[in-house]
Design a protein around this ligand. Structure first.
Ligand code: MG
Length: 435
C-alpha cells in the first residue's frame, strides 16, 4: 500500500517526460522556451501589407520568422497575435510544433477562419525555422529531404490584346519558363462591357460590367490563337477567379479542351464547387482550385473524389507548413498535385515555407511565381531567388530568411483598407459578383 502511495506521489511531482528523457530525445540539447513574440508589420512598398512574427526563444540568439500576411485583414491578424495568441505562446516549448499547431487551432473556439489560420501559420513557420536552426539544417531536410533539385514555377503573362499576350508568353519562354498563365488584362479580362455601353442600365455604377458569355468566347479564342502561334512547347494556365456560373464554367472547360491546358484555376467559386462533379465527366481540361480555402471540409471532398487536379491553397491561409504537409500527403494518395498560391501580395517568408514543402513532396505539381523588388530583399535578407524558371532557397539552416527590424521601422504597415477595393466586381446590371 505504501509502495503504491509513493508511486502515485512520484507520478504527481515528476512529469511523465523526465528531464533525462527529454534530453535524450533532443540529443542533449537544452530545453527551450518561447520567450517573446515580436509582431513586425511592414509595407516595404505600397503594394505590400505584411505582418511577420519573430519568435524569440530562451536560447540567446535563437529565433524563428513566420508570415502572418493577409492583405485584407492585416490589422486583425496583428491584433489576434498581439492580444490573443501571442500571450498564450509565451513560455511554451517551441519543439512541439504539432501540439502548438493544434492548441492554437482550437484556441479561438471558432476555428478555420482566415485570421486565426494566418496567425497560427506564422507561429508554425517560425517554429520550423527554429527547429532547423537548432538542427543546423534547412527545413526541407527535416521534412524528409529533397525529392527535386529546385521548385519549377509558372509565370504570369498578361496583355490588353491577344498579340501582346502572345508576345509576353514568348518573352517568358525565353527566360526559361515552361509554364505560363495567360490573362487578357486583369481577372475577368475579355468579359467586361464598358460603363457607357447600350446594354448597361440607366444610373449604372461606374466601371465595366462582366458578361460571362462574352468572357467564355473571348478566352476560348485567345487560347486557340496562343496555341496556333506558339505551338505545343509551352504549358498554358488560366485563372477564371471564380467569375462564372456553373453553366458557363462547363462551357469554358469544354471549349479549352482542344488547347490542352496545364490547368484552369477557380472555374467555379467555392460556393458552387459541387458542380465539379458535372464538369469532370465532360472534359479532360485539368482543374485547379483552392486559394480561398481555409477549412479542411473545403479541400477534402475535391481531393478524395478526385474532382480536381491541383490544390491551390495559400500556405499561410491554412495554418502553415504543418497543415500543408497533411494536404500534400492526402493529395499523394488520390493523384492530386499541389500548386500553392504564391502570387500577388504574398511575401517571401510564405514563399519559402511553400518552397521547403515543395522540395520534399511527391505530390508537387507547380508553384506560382512571385518576384520581389530590391527593397524587399533588403527588408527580408535571404528571400528565395528565381533563375531560369525555378525557385532556389539558400540552404542556410531553418527557412533561410531573416528580417531587418530597422527597415521594418522605416517602412511601417500602411493604413490599407483600400487594398480590398478591387474585390467589388459588377455584372452588367450593376449587381456585385464574386471577385
Ligand atoms: Mg488565383
Amino acid at each position: 500500500m505504501r509502495d503504491r502511495r509513493e508511486l502515485l506521489k512520484g507520478l504527481l511531482v515528476t512529469p511523465w517526460w523526465s528531464s533525462a528523457l527529454y534530453a535524450q530525445a533532443t540529443r542533449g540539447m537544452p530545453p527551450l522556451r518561447i520567450k517573446e513574440i515580436k509582431v513586425l508589420a511592414t509595407s516595404p512598398t505600397k503594394r505590400y501589407s505584411w505582418v511577420f512574427v519573430k519568435v524569440i526563444t530562451s536560447e540567446p540568439g535563437l529565433y524563428g520568422i513566420g508570415s502572418a500576411a493577409n492583405a485584407y485583414l492585416s490589422w486583425s491578424v496583428k491584433a489576434a497575435i498581439e492580444k490573443h495568441l501571442g500571450p498564450f505562446w509565451i513560455g511554451k516549448d517551441p519543439d512541439r510544433i504539432e501540439q502548438l499547431s493544434q492548441a492554437s487551432h482550437v484556441r479561438s473556439y471558432w476555428r478555420n477562419g482566415p485570421v486565426i489560420n494566418t496567425a497560427r501559420a506564422a507561429l508554425d513557420m517560425a517554429l520550423w525555422d527554429i527547429k532547423g536552426k537548432r538542427a543546423n539544417m534547412p527545413v526541407y531536410q527535416l521534412l524528409g529531404g529533397k525529392v527535386r533539385e529546385a521548385v519549377p514555377l509558372y509565370a504570369h503573362a498578361g496583355g490588353k490584346t491577344t498579340d501582346s499576350c502572345i508576345e509576353n508568353v514568348q518573352k517568358l519562354m525565353e527566360e526559361g519558363y515552361r509554364h505560363v498563365r495567360v490573362q487578357l488584362g486583369g481577372y475577368g479580362g475579355g468579359g467586361f462591357v464598358p460603363s457607357q455601353h447600350s446594354s448597361r442600365p440607366e444610373k449604372s455604377p461606374p466601371g465595366p460590367g462582366f458578361d460571362e458569355d462574352l468572357y467564355v468566347e473571348t478566352i476560348a479564342n485567345l487560347f486557340k490563337q496562343v496555341r496556333d502561334r506558339l505551338g505545343w512547347n509551352v504549358k498554358l494556365l488560366h485563372d477564371v477567379h471564380s467569375r462564372l456560373t456553373p453553366t458557363a464554367a462547363r462551357k469554358l472547360a469544354q471549349r479549352l479542351e482542344s488547347v490542352r491546358m496545364f490547368f484552369v484555376e477557380d472555374i467555379l467559386p467555392p460556393e458552387h464547387m459541387e458542380h465539379f462533379r458535372q464538369i469532370r465527366p465532360l472534359t479532360t481540361t485539368p482543374m485547379a482550385m483552392g486559394e480561398l480555402f481555409t477549412h479542411p471540409l473545403e479541400w477534402r471532398p475535391l481531393i478524395t473524389e478526385r474532382l480536381i487536379d491541383f490544390i491551390r491553397c495559400r500556405i499561410s491561409s491554412i495554418g502553415g507548413i504543418t497543415p500543408a504537409r497533411k494536404i500534400a500527403a492526402l493529395c499523394d494518395q488520390f493523384g492530386v498535385r499541389t500548386a500553392w498560391q504564391e502570387g500577388g501580395e504574398n511575401d517571401p517568408v510564405n514563399q519559402l515555407a511553400a518552397y521547403h514543402v515543395d522540395l520534399t513532396i511527391p505530390a508537387f505539381g507547380i508553384q506560382e511565381k512571385n518576384a520581389f523588388p530590391d527593397v524587399v530583399h533588403e527588408v527580408l535578407p535571404g528571400a528565395a531567388e528565381i533563375r531560369g524558371g525555378y525557385l532556389y532557397g539558400n540552404d542556410k539552416p531553418g527557412l533561410g530568411i531573416d528580417i531587418n527590424e530597422a527597415l521594418v521601422a522605416k517602412y511601417p504597415l500602411a493604413d490599407n483598407y483600400r487594398n480590398a477595393d478591387w474585390t467589388t466586381i459588377r455584372a452588367i446590371d450593376g449587381s456585385v459578383i464574386r471577385p
